[in-house]
Ligand binder design. Structure first.
Ligand code: ADP
Ligand code: MG
Length: 264
């Protein structure tokens, strides 16, 4: 099985018993229809194990809806979602989280009145409530893991700082770092660079590239410089459809893409 040259279009999970070894996530025949409006219409979309896939597309293209379908927030109208060989189309959100799919929303979930460290503690596997987390003693291994992750995003010195004092970029990194504590196999990251300074954007890119070594990632983004930095396979969504897929340099020269998105 050649992971470098996947045959994206012809893969049919029902006809190919190797697909689940190759893809961590596979969407097949997915549509999401809201009041007669087709927000999503994806024929086949496969994400390889340890791939970092960037999904770009204009506002309203269906990017967030795609994340909603993968995470069980929205039930697709038709089609199937497979995760690591298991169909997850009809599973509940919390079940999908436990199976190993984590999501960072456009507006990150961070508790303002808790410190950076306490925010991380809340995401330790097994901690379900603020109360339970605050009275529990972390093991040394847990503390080390938290501090290691905070160092990576340059937040270690702010471990005791209340999250309300963090910059927008620092909040994004805290949200991503706390997601990683639960060791998801697939990470969905919705617009991590939105509203960040250039320096923060660059550090975010470095962080995502580093995460790619241990995780499979889908990054939703529209900042082109940032997408270039990620140097990964790009899927262009437009009006719910996958309009093009390939390296950025290739898709950005696709006339259909230029007209629909980049040329606007
Ligand atoms: P993107 O994230 O690419 O900007 P979205 O996935 O948020 O786009 O939205 C795609 C389209 O689907 C939009 O026209 C949006 O209004 C519509 N949509 C998304 N979710 C719902 C919903 N729950 N109910 C009705 N319409 C929705
Ligand atoms: Mg969106």
């Amino acid at each position: 099985m050649d992971l470098k040259t996947p045959d994206y279009v012809n893969d049919n999970p029902e006809q190919n018993d190797l697909w689940d070894k190759k893809y961590l996530l596979f969407l097949s025949g997915i549509t999401a229809v809201f009041d007669g409006f087709k927000a999503l219409d994806l024929e086949n979309l496969g994400i390889l194990h340890n791939e970092l896939r960037v999904v770009i597309g204009p506002n309203g293209a269906g990017k967030s809806t795609m994340c909603d379908v993968i995470t069980g927030k929205t039930r697709p109208t038709t089609g199937t979602v497979w995760f690591d060989g298991t169909e997850i189309t009809k599973k509940k959100e919390d079940e999908i989280v436990r199976m190993g799919i984590g999501r960072k929303f456009q507006t990150p979930t961070v508790y303002d009145s808790l410190s950076v460290y306490e925010n991380m503690e809340l995401s330790l596997p097994g901690s379900k409530s603020v109360f339970k987390t605050l009275i529990a003693q972390n093991t040394k291994v847990e503390r080390d893991r938290i501090m290691h992750l905070l160092e990576r995003v340059r937040l270690a010195d702010d471990a005791d700082t209340e999250a309300r004092y963090l910059s927008h970029g620092q909040r994004q990194w805290l949200a991503i770092s706390s997601l990683i504590l639960s060791q998801p196999r697939l990470l969905l990251v919705d617009e991590p660079a939105a509203g960040l300074t250039d320096a923060e954007t660059e550090l975010t890119g470095e962080l995502l590239l580093e995460l790619k070594k241990e995780h499979t990632l889908i990054v939703i983004e529209h900042d082109m410089d940032f997408v270039r930095q990620l140097d990964s396979r790009v899927t262009v969504l437009c009006e719910g459809r996958s309009m093009a897929e390939g390296p950025l340099e290739q898709v950005k020269n696709n006339p259909e893409v230029i007209e629909a998105y980049l040329g606007r």
